[in-house]
Design a protein around this ligand. Structure first.
Ligand SMILES: C[S@@+](CC[C@H](N)C(=O)[O-])C[C@H]1O[C@@H](n2cnc3c(N)ncnc32)[C@H](O)[C@@H]1O
Length: 230
């Protein structure tokens, strides 16, 4: 699976170059976080620059107060989401890997010093998200849940989001094209089927969910978006 291809508009490189040059998704803060993550030898699996911008814009549209992120890595997408939040908001981000969480905390602290977050509190929780999400449940209902961690966990994270989002709140799931494989689960087996099949299940369960209206946005990686409507 081509996990390293994060280019926006990958079908047409000229369009991708056009989009990045016109919409300019990288700024000094995000550039720093990307560089620090690379220097710290984190895997280069944070959202792509245009995908980060999409998250920021979606967050700004929703203007959330209470946000959950599953899968922190170096804190890149948390910063994008926080930019759209109301001042005084809270973001809880969950990361299983201690090294990733430590670097994310350092990046977030640095970004704060640069004037990011404007009163938004970010807490990085270390551990398996599914075990730790119940801890923050009393703070709900939540306005936005962004899922970008272990792929087999996506259906469980969706169940949690369906339970804890407010009506009008949104769930976002990244990588939902499953590296261009999501339509061909019938041909897969083993671990590939486990990964891709979970993303397929997430998409199908959200699409058919009686409490959500949803779509899949054709970003480079596929971004599934569901709004809780009842
Ligand atoms: C794709 S990266 C997240 C990228 C991040 N959202 C960004 O764009 O900046 C996925 C992260 O999820 C973490 N992860 C994997 N399984 C997890 C789990 N069960 N609970 C919490 N985090 C997990 C990985 O260690 C990795 O850092």
């Amino acid at each position: 699976m081509a996990k390293d291809n994060k280019a926006f508009g990958q079908g047409m490189p000229e369009i991708a170059a056009y989009a990045e040059s016109v919409f300019n998704p990288i700024d000094p803060v995000l550039d720093f976080v990307r560089r620090k993550s690379a220097e710290g030898e984190l895997p280069a699996i944070q959202v792509g620059p245009m995908d980060g911008l999409h998250l920021e814009i979606l967050s700004r549209l929703l203007n959330p107060r209470r946000v959950i992120e599953v899968g922190t890595l170096g804190g890149y997408s948390a910063i994008c989401l926080a930019r759209g939040m109301v001042s005084g908001g809270v973001i809880h981000t969950f990361e299983k890997n201690e090294k990733h969480a430590a670097l994310a905390s350092a990046n977030i602290a640095w970004a704060k010093e640069q004037g990011e977050f404007r009163g938004v509190e970010v807490t990085v929780h270390v551990g398996a998200a599914i075990d730790m999400l119940p801890k923050v449940e009393p703070e709900g209902p939540f306005d936005l849940v962004f899922i970008d961690a272990d792929k087999p966990g996506y259906p469980d994270y969706l169940d949690w989001a369906a339970k804890t989002l407010r009506v009008g709140g949104a769930v976002l799931g990244d990588n939902t094209f499953a590296w261009g494989q999501v339509h061909r689960t019938a041909e897969l087996a083993g671990n590939e089927l486990k990964m891709v099949g979970s993303l397929d299940r997430f998409n199908r369960e959200l699409a058919a969910h009686p409490r959500f209206r949803s779509t899949i946005l054709p970003t480079a990686e596929g971004l599934t978006v569901g709004v809780k409507v009842r």
